[in-house]
Design a protein around this ligand. Structure first.
Ligand SMILES: [Fe+2]
Length: 321
């Protein structure tokens, strides 16, 4: 069976208007809105739903406050969906509603699977030139004024049931990509694909909760351009830009009014059945090869926590007035 990614993420939030502005700045398209309900989508039609947290139609929350209330995964074909059904029927709260199968995972989160509603896209990232291979010839790399995320690429949750949630997702076809033994499992939806679609982290005192929702963009230039735009809009960086040693992705995390953190990322490792999961000891050098705390100021284009680089705060190439 083959699940190909995330089709929809639903948030229950305290402040719907704040989320409206935030996700428009983030680069999502608002496709419909009503009192207490916003339906956004990414470039390929992956849905991001915002609902007031007391909306009675929402599944139960896994934690207090604004957070993810449901994740719906994309099955490639009806046969893939049927294969998931066999694994999901034994899970709590199993039901079929229209074209979607639902149940509750061992972390308490509502999970759905449906044949994908996303659209095939023809978008092009910008390749990097390396010493041995000129992949970009007679072509400058782009500078993005803002990001336009392609899709929700992965979700990350805290759990106190690492073994059980891992087993649940493996039963519906997910594969282990890498591990912090006993503490964290990176899982991808199928053998061939991006490094992880879901990551569970169990710390000694962790309870179920959201850590972040990550949006894939075309290339590292869009990570930087998107982050700089968010900075100019006044949104607060949690960490980034930076680079993860596990997955190799470039990242930029922001604090989100929809709960926890939100991430732009690009250039993650792509794995196949030939990949052997690796074990890592958690620590700062494993989380980030490098990262900028506090982000880059989108106006001065310098890291926020650094002082001016010259006596008048200008780059050496800038015109002095
Ligand atoms: Fe992430």
């Amino acid at each position: 069976m083959s699940i190909t990614g995330i089709d929809r993420v639903t948030f229950g939030v305290e402040d719907v208007p704040a989320c409206r502005g935030f996700f428009l700045d983030w680069g999502l398209t608002l496709v419909s809105e009503a009192e207490g309900a916003l339906d956004f989508e990414t470039m390929n039609g992956c849905e991001v739903r915002i609902r007031r947290m007391d909306d009675p139609a929402l599944p139960p929350a896994i934690e207090a406050g604004s957070t993810v209330r449901q994740v719906i995964w994309s099955a490639e074909t009806q046969a893939d969906l049927d294969a998931c059904m066999a694994a999901m029927t034994a899970a709590p709260d199993f039901r079929q509603d229209g074209d979607t199968l639902f149940c509750t995972d061992p972390n308490g989160l509502s999970v759905g699977v449906r044949t994908t509603h996303k659209r095939a896209l023809d978008v092009t990232g910008t390749p990097a030139n390396t010493w041995d291979r000129a992949a970009r010839v007679d072509q400058a790399s782009p500078i993005y004024e803002r990001a336009q995320p392609i899709e929700v690429g992965h979700v990350v949750f805290f759990t106190d049931k690492l073994a059980a949630v891992t087993q649940f997702y493996q039963d519906i076809g997910f594969c282990m990509s890498d591990r912090y033994p006993g503490r964290g499992h990176f899982l991808r939806t199928s053998q061939r694909g991006g490094h992880h679609d879901i990551f569970f982290l169990q710390t000694p005192d962790s309870r179920p909760g959201l850590n972040h929702v990550a949006f894939a963009v075309r290339d590292i230039h869009e990570v930087f351009g998107g982050g700089m735009h968010m900075s100019r809009c006044g949104h607060e960086t949690q960490l980034g830009p930076g680079k993860h040693p596990v997955s190799s992705a470039f990242f930029w995390y922001f604090k989100s009014p929809a709960g926890a953190l939100i991430e732009y990322y690009a250039d993650e490792d792509v794995l196949t059945e030939n990949w052997a999961p690796r074990d890592f000891e958690p620590g700062p050098t494993v989380f980030a090869e490098w990262a900028i705390a506090g982000g880059i100021d989108g106006v001065t284009r310098r890291q926020k926590q650094a002082g001016p680089s010259g006596p008048d705060g200008k780059f050496i190439t800038e015109k002095r007035s």
